[in-house]
Design a protein around this ligand. Structure first.
Ligand code: MRU
Length: 351
């Protein structure tokens, strides 16, 4: 089952409610783009590629909701919807990328009527979703070259089928290596505060029969220093033109410790996550989420009432800690400035 999809009978957007996993598998259904924006913000759906596809379907939904009969009035309604969807989460560039792509299409002179725009937006959202699955498979194939039989892989957050439309980015590489028959073991960072590793990544690995151990985030350094990790694989929410990588908070610490211990560190990043407009990672907006996510764990307070907390959801890993970046156009090595641009151009030609 895909993480997010369009229901062609009901004309709605459906998604797995990831807040309930792994204990309940519930499909949430949306017929209002504002509710889709809220679902992104509240992390019913999460993971950069998944929220990109969700926003694309959200705009197709907004086009259906709009009462506009002429094309220009519809475009105005779409601009409003685009703002609401884009504002839902700021770091993952796939969201802004998908929204901009849909708005460009909607404004295209070739679409003559409001009906043409509605139809085109749905088809384009479906293509974004279908392409995501294809390019994840391709990244899996390239990335699996990095994994040898017997390797132990350290993984952060959730980057699997749930973080994408299907298959996954960093976890997709792990799935591909397993499919190739390599005997691998995964150390799964629990990923406080929202525990995507403990709740979601373990669930995905368990379903595929891939051996793993869940570890406290704080244990990662121990496993690397004692030679128990062969490679670190992570995803990215936005990668700047110079190869600085924004990803789930805690990634930076992993990368620094990996370098210190000679462990290769590879983000797995579809080119839709590469933001060539941003020269470096300092320019990437970092989402700050509710302190409650830090002050509570699974519905129970874990700190004295009334204290304050800070909760940046992402951090930036400077490119000097990055061994290489796996994309659907191949594995990119330094100098990232030049080679990431070439990878983006290659990927654009291929789609
Ligand atoms: O806050 P989340 O759960 O949306 O964060 C997800 C990540 O940080 C992933 O590593 C990232 O989106 C890329 S993986 C497809």
């Amino acid at each position: 089952m895909r993480t997010v999809f369009w229901d062609y009978d009901n004309h709605t957007v459906k998604m797995i409610d990831q807040r309930l996993l792994p204990f309940e598998l519930v499909i949430a259904e949306f017929d209002d783009y504002q509710e889709v924006a809220r679902a992104i913000r509240e992390m019913v759906v999460r993971g950069a590629p998944a929220i990109g596809a969700t926003a694309a379907f959200g705009l197709a939904l907004a086009a259906r909701q709009s009462q506009a009969t002429d094309r220009l009035a519809l475009l105005r309604d779409l601009e409003t919807a685009a703002e609401a969807l884009k504002a839902a989460r700021p770091t993952a560039v796939n969201l802004a990328w998908a929204v901009a792509r849909q708005l460009r299409l909607a404004a295209s002179e070739e679409l003559e009527t409001a009906g043409d725009v509605r139809e085109a937006l749905l088809q384009a959202a479906q293509k974004i979703a279908d392409d995501d699955v294809k390019l994840n498979r391709r990244m899996g194939y390239y990335g699996a070259e990095l994994i040898a039989d017997g390797d132990t892989i350290l993984h952060h957050c959730n980057t699997g089928a749930l973080a994408t439309v299907d298959w996954g980015t960093a976890l997709g590489v792990i799935f591909a290596a397993h499919e190739q028959g390599k005997k691998i073991h995964v150390l799964v960072d629990e990923t406080r505060p929202r525990l995507q590793g403990a709740l979601l990544t373990t669930w995905e690995l368990q379903q595929r029969g891939i051996p793993f151990d869940l570890i406290a985030d704080n244990a990662a350094g121990h496993f690397m220093r004692t030679g128990q990790v062969n490679i670190v694989l992570v995803g990215s929410d936005r990668t700047a033109a110079n190869g600085d990588v924004a990803n789930k908070v805690g990634t930076y610490k992993l990368a620094v410790v990996a370098k210190e211990n000679g462990v290769p560190f590879y983000p797995v990043v579809p080119t839709s996550t590469i933001d060539l407009d941003l020269a470096n990672g300092d320019l990437i907006p970092i989402e700050e989420r509710s302190p409650d996510e830090v002050l509570r764990a699974i519905d129970r307070p874990i700190a004295p009432p009334g204290i304050t907390a800070r909760n940046p959801a992402f951090d930036v890993t400077p490119h000097r800690y990055v061994t290489g970046i796996v994309t659907e156009a191949g594995i990119v090595y330094p100098p990232f400035e030049k080679n990431l641009r070439a990878a983006v151009e290659k990927a654009q030609k291929e789609t």
